[in-house]
Design a protein around this ligand. Sequence first.
Ligand SMILES: Cc1cc2nc3c(=O)[nH]c(=O)nc-3n(C[C@H](O)[C@H](O)[C@H](O)COP(=O)(O)OP(=O)(O)OC[C@H]3O[C@@H](n4cnc5c(N)ncnc54)[C@H](O)[C@@H]3O)c2cc1C
Length: 456
Amino acid sequence: MTTHEYDVVVVGAGTSGCYAAATAARESYDVAVVERKTEEEAGHIACGDALKGADEFPEAIPKSQIESAFTNTDVDHGRFEIPQEDTVLEIPVPGELAVIDRWEYGRKVIEGATKAGADFHYDTVVQDVKQDETGTVTGVRATCDGDAVEFDSTVLVDAAGSLSILQDKADLADATFDTNVNYSQFCSAYREIVHVDEPVEWDDALVFKPTDRAAGYLWYFPRTETEINAGLGFQMTEEPMHLVDDLKEDLQNRPEFEGATVEDKLGAALPTRRPYDSAVAPGFMAVGDAAGHVNPTTGGGIAGAAYAGKYAAEQAMEAVESGDVSEAALWEYNERVMDHFGARYAGLDVYNIFTTAVDVDDLMGLLGALPTQKLSEALYSGSASIGWKLKLRTAIRSIGHFDLVTDLYRTKNLADEIIDHYERYPADPRGLPAWQETRDSLLDRVYETTGAEPKY
Ligand SMILES: Cc1cc2nc3c(=O)[nH]c(=O)nc-3n(C[C@H](O)[C@H](O)[C@H](O)COP(=O)(O)OP(=O)(O)OC[C@H]3O[C@@H](n4cnc5c(N)ncnc54)[C@H](O)[C@@H]3O)c2cc1C
């Protein structure tokens, strides 16, 4: 059996893994990326291909190195089709937005991490996590071409995505690491790359449309004016959808897809939950989808994954230097995630909970009545300031949905309180239980207000 030794071992060559690897490798740390796919297939990942905020991506793999994958930079708004209300809402999307060739982007981030000096081990499937007698994680066991291989790490980074097995294999019972993770906090999604002969009219928009279920939606994202990423997903609290057939049916009902050809098909799960309360254990950190770093209302996870990778690697380097890989030594990683996007995503999760308890027609009626600028703010910042005049106008426009409007405002106030509470995220692992207790009591009020089933 072969054993490799590295300062940092990263499992997964997706966005979070490549940014983690590039950050540490360019500072001359020994970094391995262990990826189950072949070198040719690596980077081929199920996605809607909408990339938000690329102008601010971490410098370890800057925008200039991935830009060639940006096939449509003209998109600047969301187009929400609401068939129940016979309405189309055009909602501006703040910040830089592009639809990308996702596989090309995947190859580019791998190239960026390789250039920075990381060693890639393809075709290598991690099967188990190694821990010493104190419970500290010390590496992984894997198979490569049927042969056993081990990777010893000072710090192990779990970047293996939403279906990572590492957290099932490791014994994290004595750590603060968040193990309150359940399939119902995930969304099941599927997408096809579809070619049409004639340019679509909405090549500057991300098109969304609700499915018949409250927590399901379809999307049409234009990679170019004739190459469309078409997909759909549903929250796993709901009855399973027939993703392939439901997408086919919607495509058949849209005249712009007449005679279209399908080039590529992929499906996967994505977390639509709050970020992990703690994503560290001794010698171990989780990043990206493996730590719930996805905007739970839009499903956008690429930017969060890139930053989580950077923050984890910076903390791992400090730990390697000091020889201290304890939770306390790795804790600042959690703080940086919460400070940058975690608090916002936890606030957005409250709206996700709200939608699971609402009738889809009522919700669509209400959406049609809300001011689009405020919807845009709420979707991306986790909150929107709504003055009393606007409240009154919304209430009048949404007559028939009055109870729902009241519940939404109450929910919004609770989401704001939750965001404030995340801004007081503890500076030390010892502060976590008390912080969680207050957060949980705020969430109990969310369940009470919305009538939703507890999500956690
Ligand atoms: C259908 C769909 C549509 C989406 N649309 C968008 C969108 O439009 N915009 C957006 O920003 N986000 C979107 N997301 C979310 C986004 O794709 C993820 O948040 C992002 O890819 C997370 O990156 P990651 O590096 O954490 O994980 P991943 O990209 O999933 O990478 C994980 C890697 O780990 C490898 N791996 C897993 N297990 C093992 C193992 N045991 N051993 C070795 N290697 C392993 C995998 O092969 C993979 O390469 C979408 C997700 C889905 C499923």
